[in-house]
Design a protein. Sequence first.
Length: 709
Amino acid sequence: MPVRIAIGLAVTVVCVAVAGRRFHWISKLVRTGRTAPGRTRTDLAARAEAEVTEVAGQRKLLKWKVPGLAHFFTMWGFTILLFTIVEAYGDLFDPTFHIPGIGTSPVLGFIEDFFATAVLVALGVFTAIRIKNAPSRRERASRFYGSHTDAAWITLLLIFGVVSTLLLYRGAQIGTRPRQFPYGNWAFASHVIGAGLAGLGPRVDGVLATTFLLLNIAIISGFLVFVSYSKHLHIFMAPLNVAFSRRPRALGALDKTPDMDMENVTEDTVFGAGLIEHFTWKQMLDFVTCTECGRCQSVCPAWNTGKPLSPKLMIMNLRDNMFAQAPRLLAAASVDGEATSVSTSPEPQTLVPFTIEPDVLWSCTTCGSCVEQCPVDIEHVDAIVDMRRYQVLMESSFPSEAGLMLRNIENQGDPWGLGASKRTEWTNGLDFEVPVVADAIPDDVEYLYWVGCAGALDERARKQVQATARLLHRAGVSFAILGPKESCTGDPARRIGNEYLFQEQAKANITTLEGAGVKKIVATCPHCFNTLKNEYPALGGNFEVVHHAELLDYLVNAGKIVPGTGYRGTVTYHDPCYLGRHNRVFDEPRTVIGAIPGAKNVEMRRCRERGFCCGAGGARMWMEESIGTRVNMDRTLEALGTGADVVSTACPYCMIMLDDAVRANGKEDEVRVLDLSQLVEESMVVGATSDHRGPAVAAAERTSPVLED
Ligand code: SF4
Ligand code: SF4
């Protein structure tokens, strides 16, 4: 056997064996996870679509233009360059080898050289990005802070090695036997190198061709090993992870994890995740898929305001814990009958506080920015809530101030503990009757108006629900309320990890709604909207649920609500996380603002999918925020920076948080925080002025606003 074949095969066999062993080990480890309900979906069309858009189309990455394009060409470059790998191994055995059918096509030569060049350009871009964002200079502001940057540089070097040796051996081939090189000038990059090497003569070029060919094979083989032991595992894991992700478009409901059926609790039941083995196999797949790119970290409101939570570092720490605990997990699972000795296994280590600090866990607002940005569809929020569930339900360990909120929901049906008797007080200022459902919703009433705890009980939020009620009444939309029978949907209990209380609340509400014959619900609070729409179905509550922003959009488009000229000014719209990212309602509120003749909409830099949280979600509304700066201040400063005189939103919690921060900045005389309904209503007030205080005072003083047709 010629020496070159022996060297090429030996390197390949060793590297493939090492990498294969590692992949087998990872596969066994991931399969030790708990079952992941709903993840082995049979919906092949949806899986195919996710693969086409997320993996092949790089949809998420392309939102970040320059790095997105660089990654797009690198990913496709590597796919196309698979042809060159086949050619390299063919060449090893027969220097005249070409892929049957297409191997001599000049088009193939052009495509290969085009992508090889594109990958080299992309490497330059990645290098510039890494230097510009070096954690050593930018510290927490760098998205690479905490990532394994050395491994990233080695990866760039290896990719450079693969592409450069490819072009060099092809260039040397041209110098050795130009007539046998099939692509002519179409392989433009190879030709440039070939021209440079031509002066060395065919003999030297022949040696170089063999040397660079073997180097190319060696670097590709070594890269395979390096990938299997580094964050670049994502090259192989990302398509799998995307295929099993259940939320390619919107976050919606929290995941259904094992043991969350409160009707079938046994003494072995473990709620949530306290040890690494309590995660599902899909969550373990998440952990090994992370590329450490830091896109999640750079958009996280907790991280951006100085909290210890970085979704990236959390995933990395969970992965490290999983690898450290692997001998024990594999021994316990005895996957494929290859049990490792238990005596050599590490002791189980509770995740909190050893791997995840409590402040990391409780800093999350469940805003979903991390999930939205993650290019490989990792689902951080489910992991966070699973760890919270364990802390709350198994350890009774959670921020003490949140305990009051949970007790209030349990005893009074609302987070403030104000009680059911106050739930109709908000209707007192209206000049029409709002029917309260006694036994059954009347046949001639279309919607059950789900007011929500904040809307019913908080002074500022009451203005929002009153404005919405007046607009619906004006538009001829019939609605009724549950009044004292309405109780908290359970959203804050679920987000903080008290799944038991959430299910109790949900079941009671479903019984009430079904008993009243409710079919259609309009909600003003995005948290209620999300829970009623996306989470109640899993417990048997199936209703048609709309948010008032969607209904207003419909009514404006149908001509049933006609915004007037009562408001003149500049508006910036803040996307509530649970309306926007979690439910993709981005356009409707903007259409409504756009229909107000005097309103000029200015967007904040972080808007729509990238909207920045107000800080209230994930039950953070009821927890102290003593670390770093306040999330609502960060967001409000951005809103104030637009110069708008109204910050509009469509969520009572966002309204409260933003209004607090406007006041804390001493800007309450210049800037108002208004719900979409209030803004529309104000525009319809006859005789309103463009002085921002005029219409506000006018609207507040009128019990029966005069509305334009
Ligand atoms: S959900 Fe929001 S706050 Fe929580 S980790 Fe993700 S980005 Fe950060
Ligand atoms: S979790 Fe996703 S976005 Fe965050 S670092 Fe990992 S791959 Fe990047």
